[in-house]
Write a protein that binds this ligand. Structure first.
Ligand code: PLP
Length: 394
């Protein structure tokens, strides 16, 4: 479902037309409210704004019109009720966990999540929040991990970097059964390709740094959740702890969202071409891309996503030496750890994004030394394939 049942508007319309209102200058492009605080008419009004008995801006740690415009637009696109912007994707996860969980609670987390997300859930152990990491594709594994203290299930689908697909409706049903929050990191698909809230999830996490910006400029994150959860849990935490999004970054993301549906289609179309090429190349052992019929969860991806995304991973033969040689030979791919940029990116997960994990953890996650991750950008797909062909032949 790619439209908002309330307004009846399709996603591309929501992307361009929701969030923010004209300011006093009736500008068509939203302004950046670069101000840390806001003025009050009177001492009484200041008191009322601080107490929350009168709506209005107070201080940009927790109320800023540019950030609010981004939050409203992303919530509409995800089909959610409310949203908070945060300073990064990691602080979106941090905010969600600290606002919703307490010492003694238990989390079940996919073992195939962003490397730093594994580190973060491991760090929570010293505050009494235990996490069990499970195979994201095995419903049995999730079921077996449930304890009476289980209060959250956390998944990233497609996963990073192996693009494993988790069954969102099935996991949502399990979470409801055990009374746990079901949180989906929707970074790889974005609402342009997958809307987890429509599939039964309660909370969606974003690293806005990736496809929402789409041009590799700013760090930011977001949490989309029911209005009551935002008002009673997430917003008070944000206000108190301060992992806040900057107005400038919010403005960049707000404009990024306008082109998101178009960009995700283009990323997906090129990624499929590259994945198809790689799958036929003799120097390539295996390709991970949900759009390929050979992907183990291709049918599930086709069911819950409206496109397959811009991330392609593959293994070469010849170990880390061969993988690094291919990476170094590429000319049109930037060697960097980001993803979701207009500029194509190549990453060696084993020594970068997932390098802080132990060798045993990497083996369990299936991240081999010869694995290479591509974030397919918006350059011409033929040029990218030419570059890959040349690099693989060296
Ligand atoms: C990058 C990323 C994050 C963390 O986001 P930052 O903005 O870098 O803090 C979280 N989840 C996924 C899937 C990511 O790719």
């Amino acid at each position: 479902m790619n439209f908002d049942p309330e307004s009846g508007y399709a996603l591309a319309t929501l992307a361009c037309r929701t969030g923010g209102e004209h300011g006093s200058e009736f500008e068509n492009s939203p302004p950046i409210y670069a101000t840390s605080s806001f003025c009050f008419d009177s001492a009484a009004q200041a008191a009322a704004r601080f107490a929350g008995t009168e709506p209005g801006n107070v201080y940009s740690r927790f109320t800023n019109p540019t950030v609010r415009a981004f939050e409203e637009r992303l919530a509409a696109m995800e089909g959610g009720e409310a949203c908070i912007g945060t300073s990064s994707g990691m602080s979106a996860i941090l905010t969600t966990v600290l606002a919703l969980l307490a010492s003694g609670d238990h989390v079940i987390c996919s073992r195939s999540v962003f490397g730093t997300t594994v580190s973060l859930f491991t760090l929570f152990e010293k505050f009494g929040i235990q996490t069990t990491f499970v195979d994201p594709t095995s419903l049995d594994a999730w079921q077996a991990a449930v304890r009476p203290q289980t209060k959250m299930m956390f998944v990233e689908t497609p996963s990073n970097p192996l693009t494993e697909i988790s069954d969102i409706p099935a996991l949502a049903a399990l979470a409801r059964e055990c009374g746990a929050w079901f949180v989906v990191d929707n970074c790889f698909c974005t609402p342009a390709l997958q809307r987890p809230l429509m599939l039964g999830a309660q909370i969606v996490i974003h690293s806005a740094t990736k496809f929402l910006d789409g041009q590799g400029r700013c760090l930011g994150g977001a949490v989309v959740a029911p209005a009551a959860v935002v008002q009673q849990k997430l917003f008070p935490f944000l206000r108190t702890a301060g992992p806040s999004m900057s107005p400038f970054n919010a403005w960049v993301f707000l404009k990024g969202l306008e082109t998101l549906p178009l960009r995700m289609q283009a990323h997906s179309a090129s990624a499929l071409k590259l994945a198809t090429f790689l799958e036929q190349h003799r120097a390539v052992r295996r390709v991970y891309y949900p759009g390929l019929a050979s992907h183990p969860q291709h049918a599930l991806a086709a069911r819950q996503q409206s496109g397959f995304g811009g991330i392609v991973s593959f293994e070469v033969t010849g170990g880390q030496t061969a993988a690094w040689r291919v990476i170094d030979a590429l000319k049109l791919f930037s060697i960097t750890a980001n993803l979701g940029d207009t500029r194509s990116i190549v990453t060696h997960p084993g020594t970068t994004t997932h390098g802080r994990l132990s060798a045993a953890q990497r083996v369990e996650m299936g991240i081999s030394d010869e694995l290479i991750r591509l974030s397919v950008g918006l350059e011409d797909a033929g040029d990218l394939i030419g570059d890959l062909a040349r690099a693989l032949d060296t």
